[in-house]
Write a protein that binds this ligand. Structure first.
Ligand SMILES: Cc1cc2nc3c(=O)[nH]c(=O)nc-3n(C[C@H](O)[C@H](O)[C@H](O)COP(=O)(O)OP(=O)(O)OC[C@H]3O[C@@H](n4cnc5c(N)ncnc54)[C@H](O)[C@@H]3O)c2cc1C
Length: 298
């Protein structure tokens, strides 16, 4: 349990409209379903409310924004400071104007792809198969089936840690492989893009190639230049490897899964074991694509 910050926050922010919860479990907010609580979980009422909150939050309190948790391992000791979760009600709207799709960052990638397809726009079909939100796609430069976020983004808006609104065009997002160069303290709030169909084919491919119905975080390691992470993991004999309740997927061995009772520690230890075996077998260092956050249980 973390110290209760809620009374201090409420008295420093009398006009706050969003929801503040203390020591709130984070496991239900991630795909792996593991990890400890957030000291504070804040759900802003809208963008102005988020800015108001950040302007008045003590500078020494860390802030971390969650999407829908499909790329996160929260450690078992939880997260000190504030976790921000954008609700689909306030940040999930999607609308199409001409050949531009406007989407809030809590909108699911899949819904944004569907909205584009319904408007006969092409280019965003790759988003249909990624189980995250647009906020996560911006931070991770999410991509699949030959497309990635940097190919389709026009502009994103974000609120800084100081509570000011900023706009980032595609170049300013400084996209690289599964990352954006924008400082990690920014919370993306809305964005702009383009799209179209072939989504059925994308979905069918996923159902057979990836364990998308498991508790997982998607691709665990980035592909090293010139190599496939899954091939290196397989060659190192790690397919099906287990630590506690965590297992390297038999179906796609760059996926780790929580088979039921895994802790975050099990999953992270399994990942590190795989990295060590791959290093020993091939001499190649694998780098985590999944974000590991929070503190280990003491
Ligand atoms: C079964 C499965 C398949 C997957 N397949 C793919 C794939 O094909 N391609 C791919 O790229 N990824 C894939 N992933 C990983 C994951 O879906 C993507 O990284 C996705 O973009 C994460 O979005 P999210 O909303 O879940 O973000 P989260 O996991 O909640 O967060 C990921 C990062 O984004 C940041 N973030 C989220 N929202 C915001 C915001 N509003 N403002 C600022 N930062 C924010 C977080 O701080 C964190 O650093 C897969 C995951 C699973 C479980």
């Amino acid at each position: 349990m973390f110290a209760d910050l809620i009374p201090d926050l409420k008295s420093a922010m009398p006009d706050l409209r969003g929801r503040l919860l203390g020591n709130e479990p984070l496991a239900p907010l991630t795909w792996f379903r593991v990890g400890g609580p957030a000291q504070v979980l804040f759900t802003p009422a809208d963008e102005d409310d988020l800015a108001y909150f950040l302007q008045r939050l003590r500078a020494d309190i860390p802030v971390y924004c969650f999407g829908v948790g499909s790329n996160l391992i929260v450690r078992d000791g939880g997260m000190a400071g504030v976790v921000i979760r954008l609700s689909p009600r306030a940040f999930g709207a999607t609308r199409v104007e001409g050949d531009i799709v406007h989407a809030g960052t809590a909108a699911l990638d899949k819904r944004v792809a569907e909205a584009a397809a319904a408007a006969n726009l092409s280019g965003l079909e790759f988003l249909f198969g990624i189980p995250g939100s647009i906020g996560g796609a911006l931070r991770m430069n999410a991509g699949a089936n030959g497309g990635e976020t940097k190919d389709i983004l026009v502009e994103a808006t974000a609120v800084s840690r100081e509570g000011t609104l900023h706009r980032f065009d595609n170049a300013a997002m400084a996209f690289t492989y599964r990352n954006s160069g924008v400082d990690t303290s920014f919370v993306f709030t809305a964005d702009t893009e383009v799209i179209r169909a072939r989504m059925q084919a994308v979905q069918e491919h996923r159902e057979t190639a990836q364990p998308i119905r498991e508790k997982t975080g998607g691709s665990t390691f980035k592909n090293p230049p010139g190599h496939s992470a899954w091939k290196l993991v397989d060659a190192a004999g790690c397919r099906g490897l287990r630590v506690g309740g965590a297992q390297v997927s038999e179906m796609h061995c760059n996926f780790l899964i929580n088979t039921g009772d895994a802790t975050a520690h099990d999953i992270e230890t399994l990942g590190e074991t795989v990295r060590a075996r791959v290093k020993a077998q091939s001499g190649i260092d694998l780098h985590w694509e999944i974000k590991r956050i929070g503190v280990a249980r003491g």
